[in-house]
Design a binder for this molecule. Structure first.
Ligand code: AMP
Length: 107
């Protein structure tokens, strides 16, 4: 989607360094980290939220992406969060999984 910040990041428009990337996913550091490690894992394809997901393979890929990120960063203990909908705290309407580890302050 043309005005989606995460689509732009995933397309490389801001030269954001990726912690991890596959054909379908990217992961990058949260701009406002709530922990020592705070990485966002997301599909390159624009999907607003978990409510719009109908592709179980993509969900599996996302979770495997989380594992790949935590393994790459050597994280053994971490928290994953998916905010779905404005009332639940979703601010960016492009599905993403927060991965937090070390001195977690909450999401
Ligand atoms: P959520 O509230 O679950 O939608 O989370 C959105 C997250 O995206 C927040 O933790 C923001 O700090 C983060 N964020 C917003 N803009 C950017 C950006 N340009 N680069 C990296 N992270 C961002």
């Amino acid at each position: 989607m043309s005005d989606c910040i995460f689509c732009k990041i995933a397309n490389g428009e801001f030269n954001t360094p990726f912690v991890y990337e596959t054909e379908d996913l990217v992961a990058f550091n949260d701009i406002n980290p709530k922990a020592d490690y705070h990485v966002l894992v997301l599909p390159k394809k624009h999907i607003e939220s978990l409510n719009e997901v109908d592709d179980e393979k993509l969900l599996a890929k996302l979770m495997m992406g989380v594992k790949a990120v935590t393994e790459k960063l050597g994280l053994k203990s971490f928290k994953t969060v998916i905010n779905t909908g404005r009332e639940a705290g979703q601010e960016v309407f492009h599905l993403h999984i927060h991965v937090l580890s070390g001195n977690i302050k909450g999401v």
